[in-house]
Write a protein of this length. Structure first.
Length: 82
């Protein structure tokens, strides 16, 4: 599996977790468990993505706008979670 396949697999898993979360309500154990998994998976994924992919793209002219946009999205998520 290359980095792009790994990123896509993570994104697919995050979408699945969000869909599963949407099917829950209230303060149930299932909802807390799904949220905890989603939260830590996304945080780890974002950090790895920034260090391994975006750090390589930002110095390049062609990769810079999209990489910066993606890092900004990660920062927005962090503000939501705080």
């Amino acid at each position: 599996m290359n980095i792009y396949e790994a990123i896509k697999a993570d994104h697919d898993e995050h979408r699945r977790l969000l869909n599963d979360l949407a099917e829950t309500s209230g303060d149930s154990l299932k909802r807390r468990t799904l949220w905890t998994k989603f939260y830590y998976d996304v945080k780890a994924h974002a950090a790895a993505e920034e260090e391994s992919l975006y750090a390589e793209l930002i110095p390049t002219v062609d990769g810079q706008p999209e990489a910066r946009h993606s890092v900004h999205e990660h920062q927005q998520l962090e503000r939501i979670w705080i």
